[in-house]
Design a protein around this ligand. Sequence first.
Ligand code: GDP
Length: 320
Amino acid sequence: MVKPLVSGKFVALSGGVGGAKLVRGLADCLAPSQLTVVANTADDFDYWGLRICPDLDSITYALADLNDEQRGWGLRDESWVTLEAMRRLDDQQWFQLGDRDLASHLFRTQALRAGQSLTAVTRQLAQRLGSATRLLPMTEQHVATRVFTDIGELEFQQYFVREQCRPAVERVEFAGIDQAELNPEAIAALADPALRGIIICPSNPFLSIDPILSLRGCREAIAEAGVPVVAVSPIISGRAVKGPAAKMMRELNIPSRAAAVASYYGELLDGFIIDEHDNEQCSEIVRMGVECRAAQSMMSDLNTKVQLAAATLSLIEELA
Ligand code: GDP
């Protein structure tokens, strides 16, 4: 780890893929005691009787440097013996679970069945896999993303994995959100007097960040924190680096541009980081009352993750 670049504490809101990359960079710029990551759990579901938490696991694996960069999800050096055996029994298996990854799901499911909280088991998994950063599920209650599409209503993983995001999205709902509240540990992190800034990771705004922001107490806690909120665009040159964000924007009649992401977050934001290729959109974002900086935002290795994290923290410092 490099020396902490800034003092004080930070909260990052994150989904899986893009979020995990920036979080990995932040973990190199900050000491573990300085960073709390709040992860989306609306993608969580049950498969083979196990509780699967894709975003929590992507972040945990990235922080522990165990993630598969090539594939973009799951663990490195994975094997697929169990999946192949399951496919011999039932060829309708559409979700891929690797053997090593399965251990995480077994560990979590056992702990949850024994009465532990998701927050507690997430902490244990992170510690045992070798990450010191505090990672929190956004809530202890069950929230499930439902995607309403041109082929009907789909559960999130049916849309994302089984249908490979092909159906056109008409709207998204988070079942259970009215009964769910922001994780009390996240509320405490947002109320910490040492808090210096809140980072919205370059995650899918509709599928990864909206569930967190929609939780009871979340927007209030962010407003009361009174610190700069800076988001990093998941859209580069009009495209998502991975996943359906840009396609969804077009389907939802939102232009698939970085500036449209800033406009979507609206009042919440004090600062926005866009890719250097989108530099010309900065003035438009500034006119929204949001400070904007262009940076190299394609995170292809540890160095680019750390550089983007450092640029994000610098903008927070400037805005403080
Ligand atoms: P999910 O929950 O697994 O879909 O993960 P996220 O919502 O965190 O990540 C998906 C978003 O990450 C997509 O919209 C991508 O465009 C974005 N993303 C992935 N890699 C990068 C990257 O290197 N840079 C930026 N700026 N965005 C990225």
